[in-house]
Design a binder for this molecule. Structure first.
Ligand SMILES: *Cc1c(COP(=O)(O)O)cnc(C)c1O
Length: 344
């Protein structure tokens, strides 16, 4: 597959903005920087940030075992997804495929970018219907979004099903791994070399406890990464974000330990949910949340709000009638949730 053929003509022809920091690299400490019209008085943020986030990228590369050349950062993975649309999808012409019930941003971004959307609902076990997906593809289908583990169902998709989609779909397959660190499945990042049309996204918002700094990660071939680097806003990851991420990622084992705690809390939560009499189904989860089926989702949602507990009502999503999505919290929060669910 020739990735260049999938790019929008305007993107293929684009000359990226060249920032002061792009044009001069190789700074040493005692140099005089008069190239970017910055205020020279030091306060920690008076200089533009590194547009390629080299220090942060090499740290993340070490943590994940992926070469820096296959990594791009976005202002949240939502920015990464938007850049992917803008690279590959021609407005009012191309379309993307999504697999509801799934993460809402794929559709919002399609609408925002004037891109068509073909939806193929997941089956009753929240697994992709591979043949049906491949049958709706047309010559303008540029992106296929696979969210695994899936939000809001929580399950991972069957690996053979994903494999078939990645090998047979003649466009870009985006595997959104926002919850991969909670999963027993392996990341698809290790398969980038096998599939030139594969893009994997991750985020520090969930397992890494950094939703507030807005940092998303994109992994792809060097060919795709260089296109995304060329079209991203030059300074898309601000200095505070880069510094804070480096600071928190440098604390050894913090994420690993918290993930273990969340997983053991999830197990306890699932057990306790079994004795709530109006919960009729607890869906298998590979993420830091649990989807449950109740007798009346709107009623239970409002009762919980009255008790000061905010969860997500997913009842309007395809295949999700009367379901609620519960995020795994601290042991104290989970106890409050369970006690309240039993009392209402
Ligand atoms: C939370 C979530 C994201 C959001 O990632 P950000 O990096 O915070 O923008 C992406 N995908 C899925 C499936 C999510 O649930």
């Amino acid at each position: 597959m020739d990735i260049k053929e999938l790019l929008r003509p305007t993107i293929k022809a684009l000359k990226p903005y060249s920032s002061a920091r792009d044009e001069f690299q190789g700074a040493t400490d005692n140099m005089v920087f008069l190239d970017a019209n910055e205020n020279p008085f030091e306060n920690g943020v008076n200089r533009y940030p590194d547009p390629l986030q080299r220090a942060l990228k090499s740290l993340w590369s070490e943590i994940k075992g992926v070469p820096t050349k296959n990594i791009m950062f976005g202002n949240g993975s939502d920015e990464v997804l938007d850049l992917i649309y803008r690279a590959f999808c021609e407005p009012n012409q191309d379309n993307v495929i999504t697999l509801p019930p799934t993460y809402g941003m794929y559709e919002v971004l399609a609408n925002l970018n004037a891109i068509g959307i073909k939806k193929v609902n997941l089956d009753a076990n929240f697994q992709p219907k591979v043949d049906e997906i491949l049958s709706v593809v047309d010559e303008n289908s540029k992106l296929l979004f696979i969210c695994s583990p899936n939000n809001p169902s929580g399950n991972s998709f069957n690996a053979q099903a994903i494999e078939k989609l990645v090998s047979e779909f003649q466009g870009i397959v985006v595997i959104d791994e926002a919850y991969i660190d909670f999963s027993k499945e392996e990341s698809w990042v290790s398969k980038l070399d096998l599939y030139p049309n594969l893009i994997v996204t991750q985020t520090v918002s969930k397992a890494y406890a950094m939703a507030g700094i807005r940092l998303g990660i994109c992994y792809a071939s060097t060919e795709i990464i260089s296109v995304l680097n060329a079209i991203k806003p030059p300074y898309n990851i601000n200095e505070l974000t880069q510094k804070k991420a480096i600071e928190l990622l440098s604390v050894k084992d913090i994420a690993t330990n918290q993930i273990q705690d969340i997983l053991s809390e999830r197990e306890k939560l699932v057990k306790a949910l079994q004795s709530v009499n109006y919960i009729s189904n607890i869906y298998p989860t590979d993420a830091n949340f649990v989807l449950v089926k109740v007798d009346d989702a709107n009623k239970r949602y409002n009762q919980l709000i009255e008790k000061g507990i905010v969860i997500r009502n997913r009842t309007t999503q395809p295949g999700c009638v009367n379901t609620l999505r519960l995020t795994v919290g601290t042991p104290t929060e989970n106890k409050i949730l369970i006690d309240t669910l039993k009392s209402i």
